[in-house]
Design a protein around this ligand. Structure first.
Ligand SMILES: [Mn+2]
Length: 325
């Protein structure tokens, strides 16, 4: 359906040429993967299996069980001891604004001469490390780039790939509400439905997947929202005490939900994580606000309208409000 020239068509062709000539391929995405990250890797697993390529798919954190509705997730390994880095002559990194998010930065930076690194991403650039960088920050999801790759190389999009592409688009566009959603995004989604993607199944597993304990914690976060009058930013916090035993994946939607608040320039959600770090997430719908820049000041990154950072530390409530200690 989309035969119109893509800006990066030549790059997409080059990537396919590299894949065809590679002996063994490592697919990598970011720690604490989201649906877009996992879907992108899964679409490539599907392709590499069709091509009968040797590959290893690695993610620092195993995909949460709630992502099992995507094809091939069980083939993504978090077992670093099973990863023999020197073996791979082609390394493809998906959905990582910064290399540090792979948790393989040392290995990738010190790679051998026989190893070629490709980056496929839609975040605002934070560092350069790839031999071939395919970056399109104007795209709603990395799976939109995966779609481009299949089209540019005239590879048939099967049901598995269609599900992956659509899942990434829906989750990373907030179900088509972010400004990153274009006419093109929706047309691709529609094409994926024609190719067999299962929209109700994706929705059941990504949006309508909250349990009552999770929603009660969401409620806690919402009841604590304050607005910083000086910057006109709404913010809230969740501590480990609040979160208790709940799976952290169930909290991922809070920033997007709070982002629906009218009249503020941006929102910020800060929460303690079980690994001893603090995760901050920014969202904005305001035309003049670039939250990627804000997040970069704090060592993070992301998109113009959705970005985040991670810091070591804990949250403490003081008389002046919450602070990181
Ligand atoms: Mn993404």
């Amino acid at each position: 359906m989309y035969c119109a020239m893509m800006d990066n068509e030549i790059l997409y062709n080059k990537i396919f040429a590299k894949i065809k000539e590679a002996d063994s391929i490592l697919l990598v995405t970011h720690e604490k993967p989201d649906v877009d990250a996992i879907s992108s890797v899964c679409a490539f697993i599907d392709l590499l299996e069709q091509l009968e390529k040797r590959y290893f798919a690695y993610c620092f954190d195993a995909p949460p069980r709630q992502f099992d509705f995507l094809p091939h997730t069980e083939k993504i390994s978090a077992d670093k001891s099973a990863l023999n880095f020197d073996d791979y002559d082609l390394i493809i990194v998906f959905d990582c604004g910064g290399l540090n998010r792979t948790k393989l930065a040392d290995e990738i930076n010190n790679r051998g001469e026989h190893q070629f690194v490709i980056e496929i991403d839609h975040h605002v650039k934070t560092d350069s490390y790839a031999d071939l960088e395919l970056r399109e920050p104007e795209r709603a999801s990395t799976t939109e780039l995966v779609y481009n790759f299949f089209k540019a190389n005239k590879i048939r999009i099967n049901k598995n790939t269609a599900n992956c592409v659509l899942a990434g688009i829906l989750t990373d566009s907030g179900n088509f509400i972010y400004v990153s959603t274009t006419n093109r995004t929706i047309k691709i989604a529609s094409e994926m439905l024609s190719l067999g993607a299962n929209l109700p199944r994706i929705m059941e597993n990504t949006l309508r997947n909250k349990n009552l304990p999770a929603l009660k914690i969401w409620g806690k976060a919402m009841s604590r929202v304050k607005i910083n009058k000086k910057y006109n930013i709404a913010f809230t916090v969740l501590t480990l005490d609040d979160i208790g035993g709940l799976d952290e994946e169930y909290l991922e939607g809070i920033p997007n939900f709070l982002g629906n608040l009218r009249g503020v320039k941006a929102v910020m959600v800060v929460r303690e994580q079980k690994d001893g770090t603090i995760k901050g997430s920014f969202r904005s719908a305001h035309p003049n606000v670039n939250v990627a820049k804000l997040a970069q000041v704090l060592g993070g990154g992301g998109h113009i309208k959705a970005a985040g950072f991670t810091l070591e530390g804990r949250l403490e409530l003081t008389e002046e409000g919450w602070r990181v200690v």
